[in-house]
Design a binder for this molecule. Structure first.
Ligand SMILES: Nc1ncnc2c1ncn2[C@@H]1O[C@H](COP(=O)(O)OS(=O)(=O)O)[C@@H](OP(=O)(O)O)[C@H]1O
Ligand SMILES: Nc1ncnc2c1ncn2[C@@H]1O[C@H](COP(=O)(O)OP(=O)(O)O)[C@@H](O)[C@H]1O
Length: 438
């Protein structure tokens, strides 16, 4: 595996990888989106194309943290391509990550076939992209007529949704309500299925739905009438109209302006801890929760920062301090404008962390230091990236905890050991702290 080239996937490509691992799309669909993939798998418009005499090739697919998630093997001739999982996909929290709804296509298909008895199952897949109105609930009941089973597909991209739109967590909660109503009114077996769906890869909903076992597919929002669509888009004006009814025009303009421009104090949430301690996992899950609360959150993750802001910097003490100070500078800028910055570098030195605290406070922001204190032995046993083994073997110099120091913070607001605290509990502790402190 180690001699294969590696490819860091974007969030959209991770969605496609998850679909491929679950059997919803062919493995080669992944490579078909890469402009630099070997020519023998790309047709004139990037579509798959085979050449009999090619020798095939392989690539290790990683996330932005360089965790090896899967191996893609594109084979010559008529041998099918393969995608094999190496590590579980990065975990996160929220109802869209619940294993009961985020299920591989092959498992859902097998369950539909098993439940159908001898006859061929009539299974409708309904893609729900918007929170269903009453009108769409009625449309769903009509569309489900004659189906043995209904799969309510909730598209859930890893990419951050457009501001002001209901994201995947809200959609899953709304669709769970729709599933109950539909089961009651139609008698069909109704399941909510979260589909990693970024729109990448040129696959259609019908193709993906068929892989999940559906015999028919439809999009619920297509059944929204123009009158309902107009009423929904007019909701944003309801508050403005209420203000206008209460105040004379000059006062109403001031009240509306104050309501929309209310400045809140920004926050820098700064995670520190050993590699593999759980900083990124908790930081990302926290950011997703805060976004879901309607709070604009910017994540400055250790590895991602090193790909961009700190590209080229090493791991000697001076480089690490420069890296941490750059993170602090950007985080303080975000917070100065009322945003929440969530940073998750190792930040092993007290002096660097103190500098970030000073930058945040100078910007008028609150600084929350979270020490992820997971013991070295646990981090080393996790070794998702294989770095500890390489550091022990002397292949990586100055590795934190092995051959480079980590100065334990004495000024942390929260200390969380993820070997005994779950991801959910860790997120909830930080969120509670932020809310309690106003
Ligand atoms: N020598 C050495 N020591 C520590 N870590 C190393 C090293 N070389 C590479 N890596 C990978 O880089 C990630 C840490 O980068 P950071 O920017 O967070 O480090 S620091 O704050 O500047 O100390 C860290 O990622 P995380 O595991 O997410 O912490 C490692 O994957
Ligand atoms: N309670 C937990 N909180 C956070 N991560 C956990 C927890 N339990 C197990 N893990 C695992 O530990 C690993 C932590 O990796 P990561 O978040 O990338 O750490 P870091 O960013 O500190 O290097 C992940 O594989 C994650 O699934």
């Amino acid at each position: 595996m180690t001699d294969l080239p590696a490819r860091v996937l974007t969030d959209d490509e991770l969605d496609l990888l998850e679909l491929a691992l679950g059997g919803a799309v062919a493995p080669s669909v992944l490579a078909a989106t890469w402009p630099d993939a070997p020519a023998d798998v790309r047709g004139p418009r990037g579509g798959p194309q085979r050449s009999k005499d090619s020798v095939g090739w392989g690539v290790v697919l990683t996330d932005a943290e360089n965790t090896p998630l899967a191996r893609l093997t594109v084979r010559p001739g008529d041998v099918p391509d393969a995608v094999d999982a190496l590590k579980p996909m990065p975990p996160a929290i929220g109802p869209q990550w619940d294993a009961a709804v985020r299920r591989p296509a092959r498992e859902v298909r097998a369950e539909l076939e098993a439940g159908a008895g001898a006859g061929s199952p009539q299974a409708l897949s309904l893609l729900v992209t918007e929170v269903p109105t009453r009108e769409e609930t009625d449309a769903a009941v009509r569309l489900a007529a004659g189906s043995d089973a209904v799969l309510l597909f909730v598209p859930a991209a890893r990419r951050t949704p457009e501001p002001g739109t209901v994201g995947a967590p809200g959609l899953v909660r709304a669709v769970t309500g729709l599933a109950g109503t539909l089961a009651e009114r139609t008698g069909a077996r109704v399941s909510t299925v979260v589909v990693p769906w970024s729109g990448l890869g040129g696959v259609t909903l019908e193709e993906v739905a068929a892989a999940y076992g559906a015999t028919r597919a439809d999009t619920l929002a297509a059944h929204r009438s123009p009158a309902t669509a107009a009423a929904v888009s007019g909701l944003a004006h309801v508050r403005d109209n209420a203000v206008a009814a209460l105040y004379p025009p000059a006062s109403a303009a001031e009240v509306a302006r104050a309501a929309s421009s209310g400045h809140r104090q920004g926050i820098v949430v700064f995670f520190t801890g050993l590699s593999g301690s759980g900083k990124s996992t908790v930081a990302r899950a926290l950011a997703a929760e805060l976004e879901d609360d309607g709070l604009q959150t910017t994540v400055l993750d250790g590895d991602a920062v090193r790909h961009h802001l700190s590209k080229g910097l090493g791991f000697d003490r001076e480089s690490r301090e420069t890296n941490v100070e750059r993170i602090g500078y950007v985080a303080a800028l975000v917070a100065k404008h009322g945003g929440i910055a969530v940073a998750a570098p190792i930040a092993p030195f007290a002096a660097g962390r103190a500098k970030v605290r000073a930058l945040a406070e100078e910007a008028g922001a609150r600084f929350v230091l979270v020490h992820i204190s997971t013991p070295l032995a646990v981090c080393e046993a996790r070794d998702r990236k294989g770095f500890y083994a390489r550091a022990r073997a002397g292949e990586i110099a100055e590795f934190t905890g092995i051959s480079s120091p980590y100065e334990e913070p004495e000024d942390a607001d929260l200390v969380i050991d993820t070997s005994v605290v779950s991801i959910d509990a860790a997120v909830s502790a930080v969120r509670t702290h932020i809310i309690a402190a106003g």
